[in-house]
Ligand binder design. Structure first.
Ligand code: SF4
Length: 451
């Protein structure tokens, strides 16, 4: 029985290969000719975040197929674009992943989007004829999964130097993130959205961490309404979309709709998959030789600390054998650390609220002879002076303050690497310096005008 065609058609495909699933999505939605007219200039927003590649970045097998179908439908120009993320400006990612070598022979090109350049992206999408989003779905600590509505804005962490009670209680950070992520779609919605969940990184994500695990769901979702496509994706992944802040925010801003969604393709209920989501409780992220203690924490410190702890777990395995014990204290009024050594105070709330905590001061006692006894012993040579115990107070130097509201991830790694040094933290030192070298090479290239 043929389905009625509405703007809220959302196609779900399940197939034995990702390309078969993609072709099935196009067939269900009415082939690429429905979306592309002759001589259209097309911009495709993809995920291109890290040099690790797929499954953090969009699958290039899928991108190649999309380019071919756009060309076949008559597109004259196809550009792909993405921001760099993870705190590092990865401008030469194309050379690393050889992206233009893959897409140029097919008649497409990769565009580079500057950091903090919503205006650049807006300019591109407002001037192209068709705007498509091909989004790789993985688990995400803040929004459950990397939805298509997260794809169009740079997920750069918002940092400020000062924290206020308003920030903490009102979860200002999350509200700002939702607003930033939805700002592009508020101005122009995509003409076609594909959520690729054929392979999903579950557990720790959305980057490749020690606790990440790739699963094959064989599913893909497509449509023209970002809210409807993300709504169905969340349902397939076993989440209640009406509790997702991005879905709620998008509905409030009239970006899309959750009513009258018309699902075509495979049955949603029988296709649902079980996914292990990101750890919501930071204390439950087990990092070797590290005790994690949280007080009242908003999404800002949760988000950055989540990545920090996963980076420690992934890249500091050898270091944490040498360090033997560290405590990471996060949020307002965290519990006292287990030991007074290697205490990392993460964020302004943790630093400020522990100013008078006992671990901030080290008390040592030393035997000493009071001056009056020393003088007496000079005149009374036969009498030994009495030694008394004297308590000395010193600020605990084994406390590392990481300021920020929330702290910047790159600066945090730098501070921790400097604190432990090359001897105690060789893996973290290497990780940080590789990222720095990579970023500075990229910046030099950018200054020379190269890509
Ligand atoms: S310091 Fe961290 S927990 Fe406190 S308000 Fe800022 S982001 Fe939130």
């Amino acid at each position: 029985m043929s389905q009625p065609e509405t703007d809220l058609n959302v196609a779900i495909a399940k197939a034995d290969t990702p390309l078969h699933a993609y072709n099935e999505i196009l067939t269900l939605l009415g082939e690429m000719e429905k979306f592309v007219s002759i001589n259209d200039r097309i911009f495709v927003k993809i995920n291109l975040n890290t040099p690790e590649g797929f499954p953090v970045n969009t699958s290039f097998a899928l991108i190649k197929s999309l380019i071919k179908s756009c060309k076949k439908a008559g597109a004259s120009e196809i550009s792909l674009g993405s921001y760099s993320s993870k705190g590092v400006k990865i401008r030469n990612i194309d050379q690393l992943l050889k992206i233009n070598e893959i897409v140029m022979p097919l008649g497409a090109q990769l565009l580079y989007l500057e950091e903090d350049s919503e205006s650049e992206l807006l300019d591109i999408i407002q001037n192209c004829d068709k705007f498509f989003v091909v989004n790789q779905v993985n688990v995400d600590p803040l929004f459950d999964c990397t939805l298509s509505m997260m794809n169009s804005a740079e997920i750069n962490i918002l940092n400020s130097q000062e924290s206020t009670e308003h920030d903490l209680e009102g979860d200002f950070y999350k509200k700002e993130m939702v607003s930033k992520l939805l700002s592009i779609y508020k101005k122009r919605k995509p003409d076609l959205i594909i959520n690729d969940l054929y392979h999903v990184m579950e557990g720790a994500g959305p980057y490749i961490y020690k606790d990440s695990n790739l699963i094959e769901t064989q599913l893909m979702v497509g449509g023209t309404d970002p809210v409807a496509v993300d709504f169905v994706t969340l349902k397939l992944m076993g989440k209640n979309p009406l509790e997702n802040p991005l879905i709620i925010g998008a509905c409030e801003r009239n970006i899309g709709n959750t009513d009258n969604i018309n699902i075509i393709g495979v049955d949603l209920e029988s296709s649902k998959v079980n996914i292990n989501y990101c750890e919501k409780i930071l204390e439950d992220i087990t990092v070797h030789n590290c005790s994690i203690k949280t007080g009242s924490t908003c999404s800002g410190c949760y988000h950055i600390a989540y990545h920090l702890l996963n980076i420690m777990k992934t890249y500091m395995t050898k270091d944490l054998k040498y360090i033997t014990r560290q405590s990471v204290l996060i949020g307002e009024n965290p519990p006292e650390p287990d030991l007074n050594k290697n205490v990392i105070l993460f964020g302004n709330c943790a630093i400020k609220s522990t100013e008078n905590s006992s671990f901030r001061t080290i008390y040592t006692s030393k035997e000493s002879i009071p001056l009056s006894d020393k003088i007496k012993s000079i005149f009374n040579k036969g009498k030994k002076p009495n030694k008394k115990l004297k308590t000395i107070e010193k600020p605990n130097k084994q406390v590392l303050n990481i300021p920020g509201c929330p702290p910047n991830l790159n600066s945090t790694i730098k501070l921790i690497s400097n604190y432990y040094g090359k001897q105690q933290g060789p893996n973290l030192y290497l990780y940080y310096n590789l990222m720095e070298t990579y970023a500075s090479t990229s910046n030099k290239k950018a200054k020379k005008g190269g890509v």
